[in-house]
Design a protein around this ligand. Structure first.
Ligand code: SF4
Ligand code: SF4
Length: 136
């Protein structure tokens, strides 16, 4: 029976320009849907991927990607911004790989666009007031 799952793939710089995700179809017969991605040559990249197929084949495919050096994390949580804790320092804006966190040029207020977020949690580490939070 087929099932689907969402995972976050972290590409090390040396793997960022390799078509490794296509191998999920070619080698393991999986269907995949790239939901969001932030990948540039020679830099670490992130991709939010939905995979559909037999669970065993999913495991094999993800193991294959891990063997190629990719980091793989299950996407089991959403991210939220706790406005009362945010003092708009902008520390999270520079580290967000997808542009989900932006700073308005006139007001200097930092906004969070949930649809752009791939739940990589990088902003959580960078926020001094714990205003960014992962919801399990
Ligand atoms: S978790 Fe934070 S850093 Fe990662 S994409 Fe979402 S807002 Fe950006
Ligand atoms: S790092 Fe934290 S306090 Fe600073 S702008 Fe981002 S969410 Fe707000």
């Amino acid at each position: 029976m087929t099932s689907s799952r969402k995972v976050v793939l972290r590409f090390p710089p040396q793997a960022a320009n390799q078509p490794l995700v296509c191998e999920l179809s070619l080698k393991f017969g999986l269907v995949f849907n790239i939901l969001r991605a932030s990948i540039s040559p020679h830099r670490e990249g992130l991709m939010l991927l939905e995979i559909v197929g037999e669970p065993d084949r999913q495991e094999e495919g993800l193991r294959y990607l891990a063997d190629k050096g990719l980091g793989i994390e299950a996407l089991s949580q959403d991210i939220r911004k706790i406005e009362e804790r945010c003092f708009h320092c902008g520390a999270c804006v520079g580290v967000c790989p997808t542009g989900a966190l932006t700073c308005d040029r006139e007001s200097y207020l930092v906004s969070f666009e949930e649809k752009q977020c791939i739940a990589c949690e990088i902003c959580i580490l960078s926020c001094p007031t714990h205003a960014m939070e992962a919801l399990i």
